[in-house]
Each structure stands twice: as structure tokens, then as C-alpha cells.
Design a protein around this ligand. Structure first.
Ligand SMILES: CC[C@H](O)CC(=O)C(=O)O
Ligand SMILES: [Mn+2]
Length: 342
């Protein structure tokens, strides 16, 4: 139970969805089956399974999945005895058609994700999920970009569409602990539904920020085992659970089993260590979504620039996912300005 809320704390494991970015969407059915089975056995509450960019993300633009996500959802549902399989949906990428299909296969919860200032595009999908009898949750991405007032306004929209909870989603891992306190407490005051927090670890704050969110009354939190998520990963689930246990908060999940999943099942799948390196750190520092990193590095090489300068500039411009085409323009302008300076 959360001290500031009468509701129990629920955790969603996102390694099979946010981690799909790291795996370049190449999860096999066997891998998903094994991870889902072991997480379920450990007592995990929700297990999110989708393409990294949500339902319908398997495209040339976002990266083709190795296995159709519907097959992976079906496999995870088949393995879960007690956990609820969740899916992510970004309106514009996923449609109500895919939502219905995921529901038919047994997905019990959907998180409808929009940019933090665009909650209005979630209305149709949230109400459809409610009609289907799924748990419907709003997921406000890149939350560091909005003022607390704007965030509250957008969360209220999602509440009005029927969302049972709204997440503050720190997509770039850029939010600082005092900002988490401010944002979550404002949401708690203004909304009557549950509040969630989804962290990224680019500034090494994912666990601390998640705890800050809980301290303000959030009751929905996310983790990725062995930090298998975009950028430097999310709040590392087995670490988060251990810290919470030391704080006297037990979520009913077997911590030894989670440690073993991290060590023996998920760890060996990860193509490169989920550490905070120059790339992930600059994403958090600049407040830019992880899909920009590779493009900025390429643009840096092409224009003879430090990619960090490009990303910082993009951060100042408050670019959002889907605006990756601006990277070349920004790099060209920076290169031109530098030449003029010389
Ligand atoms: C592009 C979807 C994104 O990965 C959702 C998410 O987990 C986030 O914004 O952090
Ligand atoms: Mn994420």
C-alpha cells in the first residue's frame, strides 16, 4: 500500500516492450515465452509485450519485428498464470484494429501513449479499451518538456476519456527528483484516478525518481529487468524491488527470482551492456528521445561536428519523436555558424 494512497502499488515489467528497442525488435517467441514465464512465476503484476514503438510499430520506419507482436502477445498470455499481459499503443502508429486483436489474444491492459501536450489524440483508443473491458491507462511521454500546469491539464483530458490511471513518462530520462515530486503531487491533487511513473536511467535517477513518485502517492510504477529498455534502460526492476523492500514496501514479488531472471535469462539476451555511456548520458542531459542518438552521431560525422552539440541544440528546440528529419537541418546550421565564426 502506498502511504499517500489507499491503493496497492502495481508494477509493470517493460523489458519485453521498451527492451524491444535495444533488441532492434528481434525478440524470438522462445525468448518471450521464457521471460514471461519466469516473470509470472516471480509474481510480476503486469508484463508489457509489444513492438518497442507500440502496437503496429513493425514498419520500415520504426524497425521490422522478427516475430509478429501478436504472436508474442499470444505466447506471453499463454505463459502467464497470474500476471496480466499489457500492451502499448501510440495513436497514429497503432489503431483500434490492433487493440481489438491484442484484447482478443488476452491482453488485459493498454497504455495509450501520446506526446505530453497531445493527450487529445488518445480519446478514441482509451474509450475503445474501456468498451472492451480492458484496463485503460494514459501515458504522457517526454513529460520533462511540459510545465506542471500543462501536464495536469493533459492528464485531466485522459481522465475524462475514461483512463483509470495516467503516467508521467520520463522518456528521455531527463526529469530531476524535485520535478518528480512537483509533478506527481500536483497530479495527485487534481485527479481522482491513479498516477504512474515510467523512468529512464540516462541520468542515473530512475530508481530514485520512481521512489520520489511513490512518496507523492503514485501507485503505478515501471521497471525493466537488467535495465533492458531504451537509452540507459528504465528503473532496473530487481534493484527497485530490493530498495523498496529495504524501505518496508513489499510488492509480493520474489526478489531472488527477479535477480536470477536478470542474471541468467535477460542478461545473456542483451546485445551490449545497459550502461550509462556517453550516448545515453547526453540524451538525459539534453532531454532528447533515444531515437535521435544514432541519427545525430551520423550527422556529426557528416558535418564534422560533435554529436553532443547537435543533441543539445535539438533539446533546446524541444523536438519530439517523429521530428528526426530536423537533425540534418540543425547540423547544417551549426556547421555553417561555426564556419562563419572562424
Ligand atoms: C516510442 C514509444 C516509447 O518507447 C514509449 C516509452 O517507453 C517512453 O516514451 O519512454
Ligand atoms: Mn520508455
Amino acid at each position: 500500500m502506498n502511504r499517500k494512497s489507499e491503493r496497492p502499488i502495481k508494477i509493470t515489467e517493460v523489458c519485453l516492450r521498451d527492451g524491444s528497442h535495444v533488441m532492434q525488435h528481434q525478440f524470438t517467441e522462445d525468448q518471450v515465452r521464457r521471460v514471461a514465464r519466469e516473470l509470472d512465476d516471480a509474481g510480476m503484476h503486469y508484463i508489457e509485450v509489444s513492438h518497442g514503438d507500440g502496437l503496429g510499430g513493425s514498419t520500415l520506419q520504426y524497425g521490422k519485428s522478427f516475430v509478429d507482436e501478436m504472436k508474442l502477445i499470444e505466447a506471453a498470455v499463454d505463459e502467464c498464470k497470474q500476471a496480466t499481459v499489457a500492451v502499448l499503443l501510440l495513436p497514429g502508429i497503432g489503431t483500434v484494429h490492433e487493440l481489438k486483436q491484442a484484447h482478443t489474444l488476452g491482453a488485459g491492459l493498454v497504455r495509450v501513449a501520446t506526446h505530453v501536450t497531445e493527450a487529445d489524440v488518445s480519446a478514441q483508443h482509451i474509450s475503445m479499451a474501456c468498451e472492451l473491458g480492458m484496463e485503460a491507462i494514459g501515458f504522457l511521454m517526454m513529460a520533462h518538456m511540459a510545465s506542471t500546469e500543462k501536464l495536469v491539464e493533459q492528464a485531466k483530458l485522459m481522465e475524462s476519456y475514461g483512463a483509470q490511471a495516467v503516467y508521467v513518462t520520463d522518456s528521455a530520462g531527463a526529469i530531476l527528483p524535485h520535478e518528480v515530486h512537483e509533478k506527481i503531487s500536483a497530479l495527485k491533487e487534481s485527479l481522482s484516478i491513479e498516477i504512474g511513473f515510467h523512468a529512464h536511467n540516462n541520468l542515473s535517477l530512475a530508481v530514485a525518481n520512481t521512489i520520489a513518485a511513490l512518496e507523492e502517492g503514485a501507485t503505478r510504477i515501471d521497471g525493466s529487468v537488467r535495465c533492458l529498455g531504451a537509452g540507459a534502460g528504465n528503473a532496473q526492476t530487481e534493484v527497485l524491488l530490493s530498495v523498496l523492500d529495504r524501505m518496508g514496501i513489499n510488492l509480493g514479488i520474489d526478489i531472488y527470482k527477479m535477480m536470477d531472471i536478470a542474471e541468467h535469462t535477460v542478461g545473456p539476451l542483451i546485445p551490449r551492456p545497459q550502461e550509462i555511456n556517453k550516448g545515453s548520458l547526453i540524451l538525459g542531459y539534453a532531454g532528447v528521445y533515444s531515437s535521435f542518438l544514432l541519427h545525430a552521431e551520423r550527422a556529426g560525422q557528416r558535418f564534422g561536428l560533435d554529436s553532443r552539440d547537435i543533441l543539445l541544440e535539438l533539446g533546446k528546440m524541444k523536438v519530439v519523436g517523429g521530428q528526426e528529419d530536423m537533425i540534418l537541418d540543425v547540423a547544417a546550421q551549426l556547421a555553417k555558424a561555426r564556419k562563419l565564426e572562424v
